[in-house]
Design a protein around this ligand. Structure first.
Ligand code: AMP
Length: 248
């Protein structure tokens, strides 16, 4: 079974994002970028499936600027086999990403797509669901455990108040949650080997997908600064304080 893993290049999660002065978006100039953390979890899961003999080939896809090749290489160093970069400098919304991925699925015919549950830059949490809808495939989102059982895939999902287990008929789309696994660090020999693995470079036009934005950003602003807390002497003082601000 071939597994397709879409990975997005985003601001490194350790970096505190700065809003541009004109409030049109987040400043990306000279900012450290990295693979979306949920996508590392997807790669790890695909590699584990390959190690168990359940997956035969892992194809990593990224839609983004030329530098997204580096992001693909990280996936190749973790154990994926080859990459596809759909190169564009434009911001690509989840619907356009899903349409491009659907075209790639048509030509690659994977048995499974493992995407992240969300990209930590825009927090859209939409691409995997849209892809499943476009393909007419079953979907298991927010997976915290995945197990192949013949032609079905058992996906355990973290939902409010507990866990839900779904049996998906393959081919299917899975999106990964934080507790699915702990991604490995690529070893130096694997980083060297990854340099030789092939990456196909394409454009959105190669797939006939119009990536014009459908959404417009009104304003991006910093979150409100948290006000300093106040220590009170005892419970009575706390109650009096809460009453005085109308909280109780
Ligand atoms: P989102 O719907 O934007 O929150 O992203 C959810 C998941 O879709 C990500 O974790 C990736 O697996 C995939 N994805 C989103 N944008 C891209 C992109 N530009 N290139 C490749 N994969 C993407």
């Amino acid at each position: 079974m071939k597994v397709l893993v879409p990975v997005k290049r985003v601001i490194d999660y350790n970096v505190r994002p700065r809003v541009k002065a004109d409030q049109s978006g987040v400043d990306l100039a000279n900012v450290k970028m990295a693979m979306n953390p949920f996508d590392e979890i997807s790669i790890e899961e695909a590699v584990r499936m390959k190690e168990k003999g359940l997956a035969t080939e892992i194809v990593v896809v990224s839609i983004g600027p030329a530098q997204a090749q580096e992001t693909i290489r990280v996936g190749l160093a973790m154990g994926a086999d080859r990459g596809i970069l759909v190169q564009t400098d434009a911001a690509v919304e989840p619907l356009a990403v899903a349409k491009i991925l659907a075209k790639i699925v048509e030509s690659e015919q994977p048995g499974l797509v493992i995407a992240g549950k969300q990209a930590i830059d825009d927090d859209s949490n939409a691409t995997g669901q849209m892809l499943a809808a476009l393909l007419g495939w079953p979907q298991g989102t927010f997976a915290s455990a995945v197990a192949k059982d013949g032609e079905t895939l058992k996906v355990t999902r973290e939902i409010d108040g507990g866990l839900q287990t779904l049996a998906l008929q393959l081919p299917a789309v899975v999106t990964t949650d934080l507790r699915l696994n702990e991604p490995r660090f690529a070893s130096l020999p694997n980083i060297m080997k990854a340099k030789k693995k092939p990456i196909d470079v394409k454009s959105p036009a190669d797939y006939g997908v119009d990536i014009e934005p459908r959404l417009s950003v009104v304003k991006v602003a910093e979150p409100k600064k948290r006000e300093a807390g106040e220590k009170v002497a005892d419970v009575d003082a706390l109650i009096a304080k809460l009453k005085s601000v109308g909280a109780i």
